[in-house]
Design a protein around this ligand. Structure first.
Ligand SMILES: [Zn+2]
Length: 312
């Protein structure tokens, strides 16, 4: 099967993908001295219920229908040392509420000795909404460490005046952006076409225009893997996370060899809890790649420590 088979998108609007009943590990594989999960979703309960409903209908059955507090407790109990947490505002007017929620949750965990300083919270904004820049400035001053955006859900143009304002702001603050700017996993249930809005070419334009901006694209750039592999070799301001790209679940059409990719620009991320398989499937897949220790260190914690300025 070639990649072109999937140009219409990995997800079918009529039939969700199946859940896997693969075994769960008790803890992170011993091979990994530390693990930072750079791709974890949290939401207030009412938002999570809507997200679960959407995934169950159009994507895949979410195996871990946990609340925000349960998500952090679950991952920490398994030995994940630090979590980078995201939310996304799917319409204007919600971002401040979600950012405050993130700040409060982090404060709550910071009160306990075991969990202090173990969550990096990213801010959200709806690109183009009134006061977008001020919403983000406030979030940064409240302690959030960058911005997470999702083109498929938020349907915005990566190359636009609205986005320029956000790229400039993050550059000025020295804070990273994580943007789901890859075309997959595309669902026809989105209100825009990710193939129209997303391309490696557009991302290259951003990182060329803003050489001091630190940008991470999740899912190894799914599905333009070769283009993103080549871009991290050529640019120092682009990172990729592994979320759902190594787990042999989505119809990628070929096995990805991250051993031949620039290892100081790739970070482990799980997409927990919005996954249809065991929480540690991606970690097991990483372990099975038999990468040199040096690469494992970088992918599992060192690169994330550097990009998100995490201390431990
Ligand atoms: Zn995600």
């Amino acid at each position: 099967m070639t990649k072109s088979t999937f140009k219409s998108g990995y997800l079918d609007v009529k039939t969700p993908m199946p859940g896997l009943n693969d075994l769960e590990g008790e803890s992170v594989p011993e091979l990994f001295e530390h693990v930072i999960d750079t791709h974890v979703h949290i939401f207030p309960d009412v938002f999570f219920r809507a997200v679960w409903k959407w995934f169950d209908r159009y994507g895949w059955p979410i195996r871990y229908k946990l609340t925000t507090t349960q998500i952090f407790n679950f991952l920490f109990s398994k030995g994940v040392e630090h979590v980078v947490a995201f939310q996304y505002a799917h319409k204007p007017g919600m971002a401040s509420y979600l950012n405050n929620y993130m700040v409060e949750i982090i404060e709550q965990f910071n009160k306990t000795d075991n969990f202090r300083g173990r969550i990096t919270g990213m801010a959200t904004v709806f690109p183009g909404e009134d006061g977008a820049v001020d919403i983000l400035k406030k979030a940064f001053h409240q302690g959030l460490k960058g911005v997470k955006l999702h083109v498929h859900v938020q349907c915005f143009d990566l190359i636009s005046n609205d986005m320029d304002a956000i790229y400039k702001l993050c550059t000025n603050y020295g804070l990273p952006m994580v943007i789901h700017a890859g075309r997959e996993p595309k669902s026809p249930a989105y209100s825009c076409d990710p193939y129209q809005l997303c391309s490696a070419y557009k991302v290259e334009e951003i990182i060329r225009s803003y050489p001091m901006l630190k940008l991470c694209v999740p899912h190894l750039g799914m599905d333009e893997f070769d283009e993103y592999k080549s871009m991290i070799e050529r640019y120092d301001n682009l990172w990729l996370d592994t979320a759902m790209a190594l787990t042999d679940y989505l119809p990628i059409g070929h096995i990805l060899d991250i051993g031949v990719m620039r290892s100081d620009r790739i970070m482990y991320g799980s997409d927990f809890p919005n996954i249809p398989y065991s929480w540690d499937r991606e970690l097991k897949a990483l372990a099975a790649l038999n990468l040199p220790d040096e690469n494992i260190k970088k992918i599992c914690w060192e690169n994330a420590k550097e990009l998100f300025s995490i201390q431990f």
